[in-house]
Design a protein around this ligand. Structure first.
Ligand code: MGD
Ligand code: MGD
Ligand code: SF4
Ligand code: MO
Length: 712
C-alpha cells in the first residue's frame, strides 16, 4: 500500500479546460472532482471530467502498436511499426508524388499540446497538398474572418461575459458544449451573474435548446438563414443611424459606402426567409448598439452551414459597428502567457493559396477542406490520395457523407492511424500507433488558454505513469520524422519535448517581457502553482495588435463582397418566387454526456435514456403520419438511414435534429460499450457536396431531407 496522492490538472476533453483534483493510489485513480482553486473554472466540472477515469482504465484502449492482418489485429513492437509506416510513406510519395499521401488531424489534436508542437512539423515534412483537419468541419469560417479583418486567424475576439449586459447568441449551446472558441467553464454561473445584474441573454436557434431555456428570449431561425438576419441587423444600424464605432473610428477606412452593400437586406425583406419578425430584428440591432456593454456571438450553428463564412464575418462587423469590439463587456482579444498574437507573429493564415484537385475548393492556412477527402481518394489521376494517415480523429463519423469516406478508406494502398481506439475510421488502418492517454502525459493548453474569457495560465503534470514502453504523441511524431528524414536523406534534429518549448514560450511571453506585469513566468513557477495563476480580466488591446498590412480594419474584403452576391441572389429569388418549403431541414445536436464520436465507450456516460434519436415537431410528424417512437427513414440527396423518431415541441417547424458521432455497430469496431449502443451516423446522410461555397467548410446544418415511416 502506498499513500494517496492528490494531483491538480485540467480536463482536456472540451474547450472549457476545467481544473480537476484527482486522487490516486498505487498509480490508480480513486476520485476525480472539480478543483475549487482553479482561477478560471472555480470548481466547476461536468460528468465527462469524472469519466476520464473510464478512458484511463478502458480495456479497449490500445497500449501497443497493432498491425491488421485481414480481420485480425496483432500486437507488434514499436520498432517494427515505425519502420513499416516510414517505409510506406516514403515509398508511396516516391512512386507517385508527395500528394499521394493524405493526412487528417482530428479535433483532439488541439487538446493535446504535444500533437500541436510536433504534429505540425510532421505535416510539413510530408509536404503534401492533401492536408486536412477538423477545422474545416467546424470553425474555419471564424478563423478566416479574423484573418481578413484583423490580419491573423488567431486574433479572435472573445465574449467578455463577466462584464456584459446584453448577449445575442446565434447558433451556440454553451449549457451543453461549455463554450467554444470561447473557453468559459462554469457558463451557468456566469449567465446567472449576467442576469442578476439586469442583463439579458437572447438566443437564436432552430431548436429550443438547453441554453435557450435559461435565456431571457429565444427566437427560432430557419437553418442556414442567419446571414440574412445578420445583414438585416447591419441594415438597421445604418437605417437608424445607430453606428457607434468609438475608438475604432480611425481604423475603418471604408465605413462610408458600406451601407450600400446592405441596402437590400431590410428586416422586412428577410423576415420570411429567417422566420424572425422584422420588429424583433430591429430590436436586436437597437439593443446591440444602445447597450453600453453588449456582445453578438455565434458558433457552430452559424459556421457549419452554407453561409458559414459570410455569417462569421457579419458577426464581427456587427460588433465593430455597435462599438462592442475591443471594449470591456464586449468582445476582446486575449493576453495568453504563451502565443500572444501581435504584428509579425507567424501562422497568420492564408486563403486560396491552392485548390483541391477534383472540386477546386480553396485552401485555408495550408489545409484543404475535409469535405473533399473521399473524392480525392476515389478519383484516379495525378495527385490521387493512395495512402492516408489519420491522427486523433474519426472522419467516418464526423465528416459529411462519411459513408463514402468509409468506402474510400477500404481501397487505399495503405492507411495508418495515430489513435488509441479501433473505431469506425481506424479499423481501416494497416497499423495503429497508440499514444499514451491524457492522464499519462503532461499538458499545457496552448490553444484554449488563448481563447479564454479570463486570462489565466496553468501547467498540468502527468498523473498516471504509463506502462512499459508507451509513447506520447510527440514521441511518435519525432520518431516518424527521424525515420522519414533518414530514408529521404534530409537533415533532421529531433524536436525537444513540449514542456521545454513551453518554458521558453513562458519566459519570452507577454507576462515575462512587459514591465508592470506579474514577473517572469516559467515552467518551474507554474509547477509551483498547480491550480494555475490568475492573470486578470480581458482588456482592450486590439488596435495595437492588428496584423493587417496597413494596421487598419477593412470591413469589406473583396471575397465577402462577392459572396454577398450569392446571398443577394437568394433574397431576390425568394421575393420573386415565394415557395413553400416542402422538404425538412436537418440540423445536429450535442449532449452534455457525449463528446463528438468518442466517449460512448464509457458506461457511466452512455447509461440512462438513449440520446441518438431524431427529434421532430409533433405537427410535422402528424403531416407525415409518423408515430412517436417509431422507425423512420431519413433520405437526403446522397443517402438514407433508418432511426427512431421522437416528438419534440422544442423543434422549429420544418426542422429535424440528429446528433453526430453515433453509429458504432459496425464490423471491426473494437469498442465494447459503444458498439452495444443503437443509433446511426447522421453523417451517412449529410452531403460532401453541400458546403459553404466561399470557404469550403462543411455544411452539416440545413441539409435538405425527407422523413418517412420505415418500410413504406
Ligand atoms: N453532422 C455533424 N458532424 C459534425 C459536427 C456536427 O455538429 N454535426 N461537428 C463537427 C466538429 S465541430 C468537429 S470538431 C468534428 C470532430 O471530428 P473528429 O475530430 O474527426 O472526431 P472525434 O470524435 O473528435 O475524434 C476522436 C478520436 O480521437 C482520438 N483521441 C482522443 N484523444 C487523443 C489523443 O490525445 N491522441 C490521439 N492520437 N488520439 C486521440 C479518440 O480515440 C477518437 O478516435 O466533428 C464534426 N462533425
Ligand atoms: N458535451 C459536449 N460538449 C462539446 C462537444 C460535444 O460533442 N459534446 N463538442 C465540442 C466541439 S468539437 C465543439 S465545436 C463545440 C460546439 O459548441 P456549440 O456551437 O456551442 O455547440 P452546439 O451544440 O453544436 O450548438 C450549435 C447550436 O446551433 C444550432 N443550429 C443548428 N443549425 C443552425 C442554424 O442554421 N442557425 C442557427 N442560428 N443555429 C443553428 C443547434 O441547434 C445548436 O443548438 O462544443 C464542444 N463541446
Ligand atoms: S466541461 Fe466537462 S469535459 Fe469540458 S473541460 Fe470541463 S469537465 Fe472536462
Ligand atoms: Mo468542434
Amino acid at each position: 500500500m502506498t499513500d494517496i496522492k492528490t494531483h491538480y490538472r485540467a480536463c482536456n476533453l472540451c474547450e472549457a479546460i476545467c481544473g480537476l483534483e484527482i486522487k490516486t493510489q498505487n498509480n490508480k485513480i480513486i476520485s476525480i472532482k472539480g478543483d475549487k482553486q482553479d482561477p478560471l473554472s472555480r470548481g466547476f466540472i461536468c460528468a465527462k471530467g469524472t469519466a476520464l477515469q473510464d478512458i484511463q482504465e478502458d480495456s479497449n484502449r490500445l497500449r501497443q502498436p497493432m498491425k491488421r492482418i485481414g480481420d485480425q489485429w496483432e500486437a507488434v513492437e514499436w520498432d517494427v511499426a515505425f519502420e513499416w509506416v516510414a517505409n510506406k510513406i516514403v515509398e508511396t510519395q516516391s512512386q507517385h508524388n508527395r500528394d499521394a499521401v493524405g493526412v487528417y488531424l482530428g479535433n483532439p489534436n488541439v487538446h493535446n499540446y504535444g500533437s500541436l508542437t510536433h504534429g505540425a512539423p510532421f505535416c510539413r515534412m510530408l509536404s503534401t497538398k492533401n492536408q486536412f483537419s477538423a477545422t474545416s468541419l467546424d470553425q474555419l469560417p471564424l478563423q478566416m474572418a479574423c484573418y481578413f479583418l484583423y490580419g491573423h486567424q488567431f486574433l479572435i475576439p472573445i465574449p467578455d461575459i463577466d462584464h456584459c449586459d446584453y448577449f445575442l447568441m446565434i447558433g451556440a449551446n454553451p449549457m451543453v458544449s461549455n463554450g467554444s472558441l470561447w473557453t468559459v467553464p462554469d457558463f451557468p454561473a456566469r449567465l446567472k451573474a449576467l442576469q442578476g445584474r439586469g442583463g439579458e441573454l437572447v438566443v437564436v436557434d432552430p431548436r429550443r435548446t438547453e441554453t435557450a431555456k435559461v435565456a431571457n428570449e429565444h427566437y427560432f431561425v430557419r437553418p442556414g438563414s442567419d446571414a440574412f438576419l445578420l445583414m438585416a441587423i447591419i441594415h438597421t444600424l445604418f437605417d437608424e443611424e445607430a453606428i457607434v464605432t468609438g475608438h475604432l473610428d480611425s481604423y475603418l477606412p471604408n465605413l462610408d459606402g458600406f451601407a450600400a452593400q446592405v441596402q437590400d437586406f431590410s428586416p422586412e425583406a428577410v423576415s420570411e426567409l429567417t422566420g424572425i419578425e422584422a420588429q424583433a430584428i430591429r430590436e436586436m440591432a437597437r439593443k446591440l448598439s444602445s447597450t453600453e456593454r453588449a456582445i453578438c456571438y455565434g458558433r457552430t450553428g452559424i459556421s457549419i452551414q452554407k453561409y458559414g463564412a459570410l455569417s462569421n464575418w457579419a458577426i464581427q462587423v456587427i460588433n465593430i459597428l455597435c462599438g462592442n469590439l475591443d471594449v470591456e463587456g464586449g468582445t476582446l482579444v486575449t493576453h495568453p502567457a504563451v502565443g500572444l498574437v501581435k504584428p509579425g507573429e507567424a501562422g497568420k493564415g492564408g486563403f486560396a493559396r491552392k485548390y483541391s484537385r477534383v472540386s477546386s475548393l480553396p485552401s485555408f492556412s495550408g489545409e484543404l477542406p475535409a469535405t473533399v477527402m473521399a473524392e480525392e481518394m476515389l478519383t484516379p489521376g495525378d495527385g490521387q490520395i493512395k495512402g492516408f494517415i489519420s491522427v486523433a480523429g474519426n472522419p467516418v463519423l464526423s465528416s459529411p457523407n462519411g459513408a463514402r469516406l468509409d468506402a474510400a478508406l477500404e481501397n487505399l494502398d495503405f492507411m495508418v492511424s495515430i489513435d488509441f481506439y479501433i473505431n469506425e475510421t481506424t479499423r481501416h488502418a494497416d497499423i495503429i500507433l497508440p499514444p499514451t492517454s491524457t492522464l499519462e502525459h503532461d499538458h499545457y493548453d496552448i490553444a484554449f488558454l488563448r481563447f479564454a474569457t479570463r486570462n489565466t495560465v496553468r501547467f498540468n503534470e502527468e498523473v498516471i505513469a504509463a506502462e512499459g514502453d508507451a509513447k506520447h504523441d510527440w514521441q511518435i511524431f519525432n520518431e516518424l520524422m527521424a525515420r522519414i528524414a533518414e530514408k529521404t536523406k534530409q537533415p533532421f534534429q529531433p524536436l525537444p519535448e513540449p514542456s521545454l518549448m513551453m518554458d521558453l514560450g513562458l519566459r519570452t511571453g507577454y507576462y515575462s517581457q512587459e514591465p508592470g506585469n506579474i514577473g517572469e513566468l516559467s515552467l518551474k513557477r507554474l509547477k509551483d502553482n498547480p491550480h494555475g495563476i490568475d492573470l486578470g480580466p480581458l482588456k482592450p488591446s486590439l488596435t495595437e495588435r492588428l496584423c493587417t498590412k496597413d494596421g487598419l480594419i477593412d470591413l469589406a474584403p473583396e471575397v465577402y463582397m462577392q459572396d454577398l452576391g450569392r446571398l443577394r441572389a437568394e433574397l431576390n429569388d425568394s421575393i420573386l418566387e415565394p415557395t413553400e418549403q416542402s422538404h425538412l431541414s436537418l440540423i445536429g445536436r450535442r449532449h452534455i454526456r457525449s463528446n463528438n464520436s468518442w466517449l460512448h465507450n464509457s458506461h457511466r456516460l452512455v447509461k440512462g435514456k438513449p440520446r441518438w434519436q431524431l427529434f421532430m415537431h409533433p405537427k410535422d410528424m402528424e403531416e407525415r403520419s409518423l408515430v412517436d417512437g417509431s422507425q423512420v427513414t431519413i433520405q437526403s440527396a446522397v443517402n438514407a438511414v433508418e432511426t427512431q423518431v421522437l416528438a419534440s415541441e422544442d423543434m422549429m417547424r420544418g426542422v429535424v435534429s440528429l446528433p453526430h458521432g453515433w453509429g458504432h455497430r459496425r464490423k471491426g469496431v473494437k469498442l465494447d460499450v459503444a458498439s452495444q449502443q443503437e443509433g446511426v451516423s447522421v453523417n451517412d446522410v449529410t452531403d460532401d457536396h453541400y458546403y459553404d461555397e466561399l470557404s469550403g467548410n462543411a455544411a452539416f446544418n440545413g441539409v435538405p431531407v425527407e422523413v418517412t415511416a420505415s418500410g413504406k
